[in-house]
Design a protein around this ligand. Structure first.
Ligand code: 5GP
Length: 325
């Protein structure tokens, strides 16, 4: 997207937010650093403008992220009330990704053209019809929100800076992925100047592993199989594995990055049984491998980025072979 068009869209978001008073913020299911960071940063800003703002996350909050300002003390429990002037979805561009219960999803869809806004950094393919959508390929939704604050001359305080830097840090793989541009480093540096502490963010999101996390990682890594013909690394985790290690699905984030970095392969596939009949798939590759994994994810109605994508399917993983049954 051209810079002028991008800036125009960032101004338009400011206008839309400005004219609405009661706003519900949400993001995709299984929220990650960018999902939490972008919604929380927007919430801080909107509240400072005297607006009534609520956030809803459709998943238990990963305790690693509870250091984020406002998240550890989030006591709001959304009861499904839809009496809002505006719904803003960050880090996703369709309602299906939010994990909203189906009845509420169809209720929101009815007024989507007047009330629904998406702000997302994923390539947009089949988004939901809405009032306004900004889907631009950026390293993180938090970088878009950062640009929004800068362009509209909105003050960034320490809380907002911490939220935004967390999203940028996690979605660039700790500034190691190919999406770490000089603009990203400039934004990160500015956010540090505003008070975000990078070492704390890195410790809480990357290095702060618990015993159960390394146990479940060990299981997943030990099971890795290489398919030399397809240049694929594959591994999986069942519900029984999670139970045995007393681990949760959130403890697995990161395993898939390790698999994707293997030199011998073009891409990796990691499957995790999330419930009796549901499986979450994560695909990874590296820029130098020239393999667009989002094409595979799309075949299964998923999405994401060329180097990091995912999808959900119905089924069960055979604990012994790892094959779907
Ligand atoms: P992860 O494997 O870490 O869950 O996700 C990697 C990327 O793929 C993220 O950008 C995430 O938003 C996207 N992604 C993961 N699962 C899905 C899915 O089921 N649908 C879509 N559209 N995107 C997904």
């Amino acid at each position: 997207m051209q810079k002028e068009k991008y800036n125009e869209k960032l101004k338009k978001i400011a206008q839309i937010l400005d004219r609405n008073q009661k706003i519900l913020l949400t993001t995709h299911k299984r929220p990650d650093g960018d999902a939490f960071g972008s919604t929380l940063a927007l919430q801080f800003y909107l509240k400072s403008q005297g607006k009534k703002v609520d956030i809803v996350y459709f998943e238990e909050i990963d305790s690693n992220f509870k250091f984020l300002p406002g998240l550890g003390t989030l006591d709001y429990e959304w009861k499904g009330d839809l009496d809002y002037d505006l719904f803003v979805v960050c880090d996703a561009s369709c309602l299906i990704r939010t994990g909203l219960p189906k009845d509420l999803e169809s209720e929101i869809s009815k007024t989507a053209e007047e009330k629904l806004v998406f702000i997302d950094h994923h390539p947009k393919d089949s988004g939901t019809e809405c009032l306004f959508s900004l889907s631009v390929e950026e390293a993180a939704t938090c970088k878009i929100i950062y640009d929004f604050f800068v362009l509209n001359q909105i003050a960034i305080d320490k809380n907002i800076a911490t939220c935004l830097l967390t999203g940028i840090f996690t979605d660039t793989g700790g500034f190691l992925h190919a999406n770490t541009t000089s603009q990203i480093m400039r934004a990160a540096s500015n956010l540090m100047k505003k008070g975000a502490v990078l070492s704390t963010i890195a410790r809480r999101t990357y290095f702060n592993k618990t015993y159960k996390t390394i146990k479940i990682w060990g299981k997943a890594l030990e099971r890795t199989k290489l398919n030399k013909k397809k240049r694929l690394a594959y591994s999986y985790i069942t519900l029984k594995d999670l139970e045995a290690c007393n681990a949760k699905i959130e403890d697995l984030s990161g395993v898939t990055n390790v698999l994707g970095a293997l030199d011998e392969i073009s891409y990796s596939l990691f499957l995790a049984q999330t419930s009796k009949d549901k499986i979450k798939a994560s695909l990874r590759s590296e820029a130098y491998k020239k393999c667009n994994v989002s094409k595979i994810a799309k075949k299964f109605n998923g999405g994401g980025h060329p180097l990091a994508s995912g999808f959900e399917i119905k089924g069960k993983i055979d604990p012994k072979s790892g094959i779907l049954i």
